[in-house]
Design a binder for this molecule. Structure first.
Ligand SMILES: Cc1cc2nc3c(=O)[nH]c(=O)nc-3n(C[C@H](O)[C@H](O)[C@H](O)COP(=O)(O)OP(=O)(O)OC[C@H]3O[C@@H](n4cnc5c(N)ncnc54)[C@H](O)[C@@H]3O)c2cc1C
Length: 391
């Protein structure tokens, strides 16, 4: 069979652009397609990512970063709080990106490495032909097909590539955070920190976040689980904003879903690998998915190169990709899924009690793991079933 490309990457978010960049750098013929007319816009993200997650793969450019923060403050339902350093607070704390700029920069890197990048082009279906894949594309009313050896599905939370390939990507209604976010101006907050409010009084099944983008400007958003509230996320965010930032002006609104199911059992099929939100790789506890999307894109491209070298695109061979992501962040996804499930069962009084129990600790020095151990020790009756994950 004649192939147009070694790899077609569907979706130019962080996962797709990273996959295309890496595969092209490794000498593969790559096509990166994006259905939107502009890569990176509209932004459906609070834009938080840790310094470490970016430094692992890139020389960070100043223009990507709207604001750097030193840590996170988590507020409980009764107003008690804990403060953590950025290093300790996980994958979403450190930088607040300008994703419009960041996503475009990654796509530009992919193009510079030799990938063909096309926007306003939607993958509408896909089928296996001999040893390869034929992808149907639609661009401004015109349909055409392109053949490749491998498809990397980086098509985000609404992914269809997985379904086309026969991978079960179904996410239950109780495992998708329904989110809305306002870019707010003219509000007062400590811009050196990202801020999180937890508790059913704020966000049933999720949390409210404030990610600073500059002095007086921040992404203020909410994720809720539809199984925990009949009112949509807008109702809860509006109540929060009215109470906390009545003086603010809303200058942008975005809405979207985040899968918090905790990673697919397998993200591969014959000729196909899924990365990022398409593979349900967002963190079930925080909803953050940028870091794992980038890592997944890198791993998928690495395996694509190996597959092309030995001319083997079978599911069995591509399972090397499953091994890579599972060894790297699979355990964290499972552990954080268990914590998320536990937190969902706690009422607001208990959540406040947990936060109060560690509010005297020096959390600048304590890792998330150490914090969990302290919480379990101080609250054995509430958290004892989580001990095997940490002790
Ligand atoms: C409100 C909100 C706030 C968030 N905040 C954070 C945060 O602070 N930190 C964090 O780490 N994560 C956050 N996330 C999650 C984060 O945005 C995602 O995990 C991340 O963008 C996943 O990257 P991705 O490359 O897998 O997919 P995406 O960034 O979603 O990119 C997928 C791309 O594929 C394109 N596409 C889809 N279908 C097709 C098709 N058929 N043909 C062609 N192109 C297609 C889409 O247009 C899109 O550009 C947030 C999500 C939401 C909704």
């Amino acid at each position: 069979m004649d192939y147009d490309y070694d790899v077609i990457v569907i979706g130019a978010g962080p996962g797709g652009s990273m996959a295309a960049k890496t595969a092209a750098e490794k000498g593969l013929d790559v096509l990166l397609i994006e259905k939107r007319q502009e890569i990176g816009a509209p932004v459906r993200c609070a834009e938080g990512v840790s310094r470490e997650a970016l430094e692992e793969f890139f020389e960070i450019e100043k223009s990507w970063i709207a604001k750097e923060v030193v840590g996170a403050i988590i507020y409980g339902p009764d107003g008690s709080s804990i403060r953590m350093s950025a290093k300790m607070a996980g994958n979403e704390v450190g930088f607040v990106l300008e994703r419009k700029i960041f996503d475009r920069a990654l796509a530009r890197m992919a193009a510079k490495a030799g990938a063909d990048v096309v926007v306003k082009t939607t993958a509408t279906s896909m089928r296996r032909v001999n040893d390869g894949v034929e992808v149907e594309l639609k661009r401004m009313g015109e349909s055409f097909s392109v053949r490749s050896k491998i498809v990397i599905g980086a098509d985000g939370v609404e992914s269809r590539v997985g379904k086309w390939a026969g991978i079960d990507t179904t996410v239950k209604i109780g495992e998708i955070e329904s989110c809305i976010q306002y870019l707010m101006a003219g509000i007062e907050f400590d811009a050196d920190y990202t801020h999180f409010w937890i508790g059913n009084c704020y966000a049933p099944g999720g949390y409210v976040w404030l990610f600073p983008k500059g002095e007086g400007v921040a992404n203020v958003g909410i994720g809720v689980l539809p199984t925990k509230t009949k009112k949509g996320p807008k109702y809860h965010l509006d109540s929060f904003v009215k109470e906390h930032f009545p003086e603010g002006e809303i200058i942008e609104v975005v809405a979207g879903g985040v899968p918090v199911s905790g990673g697919l059992e397998s993200a591969v099929a014959d000729n196909v690998m899924l990365v990022g939100d398409a593979a349900r790789h967002a963190d079930p506890m925080t909803g953050g998915g940028i870091a794992n999307a980038i890592k997944g894109g890198y791993f998928a491209a690495k395996v694509a190169k190996e597959a092309v070298e030995v001319n083997n695109f079978s599911k069995e061979f591509l399972k090397r990709y499953d091994d890579l992501w599972k060894n790297d962040f699979g355990e964290t996804l499972s552990r954080n899924k268990a914590i998320q499930k536990k937190i969902l069962k706690l009422d607001d009084d208990t959540l406040s009690k947990l936060i109060r129990s560690v509010s005297g600790y020096d959390l600048e020095q304590i890792s998330l793991r150490r914090l969990m151990i302290e919480l379990i020790k101080k609250n054995p009756r509430i958290l004892w079933d989580l001990r095997s994950l940490f002790m």
